[in-house]
Design a protein around this ligand. Structure first.
Ligand code: 3H9
Length: 694
């Protein structure tokens, strides 16, 4: 095996190179290698300065997250950073790619930093439920002050090289020839006497004691109810950087890191990190021949179609947008133009970029203009008959080998594909609204979909900067099936004694941005009503049916857009409970002779989350989802499931599968079919395994 860290001396400069693909993560082998090579370089009298650089696509992108949750082997990152900082010769980090987390901390421990123009510096640890643990909380504020340091560590957002230069984080930024620039700087430092500049001794950032007190106080107030333990600990550590001696601050950071790393929240967030990446590994990608996609057609210029077109334009594709009539087409184009105007106004893109993206858009009412495109995304109204008509039209204009991706949230793509002469070219693309913002994309594989079409669909999804998850055909695929179970569990409680506001509050307390009835009001109650009507025929007579939602819809109270739903939505002010809905609920309870009971917040949360996990397990058993972690990714990216809980399958793992199964069995006496545990529970429990092992 090649060594992950190597050393050579050139022109009196010791060059230490890290090579640990794919992202040069600071695993134990890398830390040990660094420690060794730094000591050798320090002892080597021919070396008067040290350059630290990395091979491959990036400077280290952080600690090796796979080692988290296990006892850390020495040397730990802080020790390596201390070696670099205490070095008697000037140390220079040559940074390209993404210097993130521990990688950025390593660079901060060097005396100087040279960066390539496209490089980024960031401390994204908070997104993994931890905080910088390699001295970052103590070194960064000494250069940039508390306000910037808090911002970087609490948002996890990276800095570009130019901003890093402006803030004094980078000392030099170069367009190209990074190694030469680092060597030149090393030569200059040697020529000037080889002075070192330990970051621990810098104090530019500590010059405004009043400012930092205010910044820390303001942040502490803001984060006091944050459920992530690392957030408050970051504020504490930044405060320590300002008021404690350096070594005491480092000790405080270490203790905070260890506590946070061991927390359930950090465990769940690590799971989310790896689950997202795992979702991209699908069987169809192995040995696939990707079909070249150079241009995209979008059929339907409604809210969804326009959002999809924006996604494709943002990713650099030429787009042909088709609508039936000119007015609808104009409205769609206007939506796209307005989106770019807003992005320019907000400074997200410059005017030239907006103009360039719009220039790649062709809008037309003629399907024939789709003849040359490589992939068409059909985003017309969610109605089987309407979609069939569009499919038939497309079949006559699409070139051979072009892919037809249908944007649907419920419809059976096998039935749709069967209506045309090329079912093998059809794949489902379930976008989430707003399509240019939401990251989740369910890629639905039909019985006849060619594996190369699936692989191409996945590859394109990544190019559109989406998080794709593979699903097989099933009503509602992964996300909406799980959502339906969540809502049913909530509806049963509604009928048995809880109120919409109580259930919503419990799920917000669990970490969802809004509760299930607030979501229904926002999305429009007519949508789920239509689904219930569609599924009415397939409902078993013995299944408990809660008709409260139907009764509300019968009044025309379709939620926010109608001013009334589960809540009353006045023009101004926050929605308030709708007393007429409470009366409907009361009437339903009376007519069914329900024995009312109270639900605690914890029970509401458990019933909802365990119902989701059970449905997720069924989806895995049925082969609709490839693995439990894919269900988590769908819920995290499309349905507001709190990331620090990791998704319903992770939540079930954390609760213990036996505990979850017993709870399901306990509730089975109330609704025998709904709560029946998926057989996957027993399979895993008897083998001492969890969803995370699949
Ligand atoms: C930290 O540093 C703590 C310290 O303060 C203190 C310690 C004491 N570890 O994302 P990609 C894998 S916390 C292990 O698809 P991209 C990833 O799983 C860390 N593995 O590529 C994938 O593997 P596979 C702070 C990692 O080009 C492969 O690399 N740092 C790590 O789209 C490619 O990844 C972060 O949070 C890691 N740290 O994006 C940065 N990172 O091929 C996390 C990646 O088997 N990483 N892998 O599926 C990223 O943000 C992105 O990976 C990056 C590249 C932007 C670098």
């Amino acid at each position: 095996m090649t060594e992950p860290v190597t050393l050579r001396v050139d022109n009196s400069v010791a060059i230490i190179t890290i090579e640990n693909p794919p992202v040069n993560a600071l695993s134990h082998a890398v830390r040990a290698g660094l420690s060794d090579k730094i000591e050798i370089a320090v002892a080597d009298e021919t070396a008067k300065a040290i350059v630290l650089r990395a091979e491959g696509r990036t400077f280290p992108a952080g600690a090796d997250v796979r080692e988290f949750g296990r006892p850390r082997e020495a040397p730990i990152l802080s020790d390596v950073c201390a070696l670099l900082e205490d070095c008697s010769k000037p140390t220079i980090a040559a940074v390209h790619g993404s210097a993130l987390g521990g990688g950025f901390e390593l660079a901060l421990a060097c005396h100087y930093r040279v960066a390539q123009k496209a490089a980024r510096f960031g401390l994204p640890e908070v997104k993994l439920g931890v905080l910088p643990g390699g001295g970052g909380t103590q070194r960064l504020p000494r250069i940039v002050g508390a306000v910037v340091a808090l911002d970087l560590m609490l948002t996890g957002k990276p800095l570009g090289a130019q901003t890093a230069l402006d803030l004094g984080v980078a000392d030099l930024v170069v367009e190209a020839n990074l190694d030469t620039a680092a060597m030149t700087l090393a030569g200059q430092l040697i020529a000037n006497g080889g002075a070192t500049r330990p970051t621990r001794d810098r104090s530019e950032g500590l010059q405004d004691p009043g400012g930092f007190v205010n910044a820390v106080a303001a942040r502490r107030e803001k984060v006091k109810s944050d459920p992530l333990p690392s957030v408050a600990r970051i504020v504490d550590c930044i405060e320590a950087a300002q008021i404690l001696p350096f070594d005491a601050g480092i000790a405080m950071e270490r203790a905070a890191f260890d506590d946070c790393e061991a927390s359930a929240e950090a465990n769940a967030m690590r799971h989310a990190f790896f689950a997202e990446r795992r979702a991209s590994k699908i069987p169809e990608l192995e040995g696939a021949t990707l079909r070249p996609i150079k241009s995209i057609g979008v059929v339907g210029a409604g809210t969804m179609g326009s959002g999809i077109a924006i996604s494709c334009l943002d990713a650099g594709f030429p787009v042909v947008l088709v609508e039936r009539d000119q007015d609808a087409l104009d409205r769609g184009v206007q939506r796209i133009v307005a989106n770019y105007d807003k992005s320019v106004d907000k400074g997200r893109i410059d005017t030239a970029t907006g103009v360039e993206r719009l220039a790649r858009l062709t809008s037309t009412t003629s399907m024939h203009e789709l003849a040359p495109v490589d992939l068409i995304i059909e985003a017309v109204f969610e109605d089987e008959q309407v979609k069939r008509t569009v499919f038939t039209q497309l079949d006559t204009v699409m070139k051979p080998g072009a892919i037809l991706a249908t944007n649907t949230s419920y419809l059976d793509i096998d039935t749709l594909a069967a209506t045309i002469s090329r079912p093998q070219d059809v794949v489902g693309y379930h976008f989430f609204s707003p399509a240019h913002i939401m990251k989740l994309l369910e890629v639905v594989v039909g019985d006849q979909t060619d594996p190369n079409v699936v692989a191409t669909g996945f590859d394109l999804a990544r190019k559109l900067r989406k998080v794709p998850v593979r699903a097989s055909v099933a009503d509602g695929f992964i996300g909406n099936r799980v959502l339906a179970s969540y809502r049913l569990a909530a509806d049963f409680m509604l009928e048995d004694g809880a109120s919409p506001a109580q259930i919503d509050a419990a799920m917000r307390a669990y970490g969802f941005p809004i509760g299930p009835y607030q979501v229904l009001d926002m999305a429009g109650l007519d949508i789920s009503w239509a689904r219930r009507k569609r599924l009415a025929a397939s409902r078993a007579p013995e299944d408990r049916y809660v008709a409260i939602g139907d009764k509300i819809c019968e009044q025309g109270w379709f939620g926010q857009k109608a001013g009334r739903g589960y809540y009353i939505h006045d023009q101004a002010g926050t929605p308030v409970e709708n007393p007429d809905v409470l009366a409907i609920i009361e009437a339903e309870r009376r007519s069914k002779g329900v024995a009312l009971r109270a639900f605690s917040q914890q029970e509401i949360q458990q019933r909802c989350v365990f119902a989701m996990a059970n449905e997720g397990a069924r989806l895995v058993s049925e082969g609709v989802a490839l693995r439990p972690s894919d269900v988590d990714v769908v819920l995290l990216y499309g349905y507001g499931f709190p990331r620090y809980r990791g998704g319903p399958m992770m939540a079930a793992d954390q609760a213990g599968l036996l505990t979850v199964k017993n709870a399901l069995i306990n509730w089975q006496s109330e609704e025998p079919r709904f709560w029946v545990p998926s057989p996957l529970f027993d399979e895993l429990i008897k083998n001492g395994r969890s969803f995370g092992d699949l």
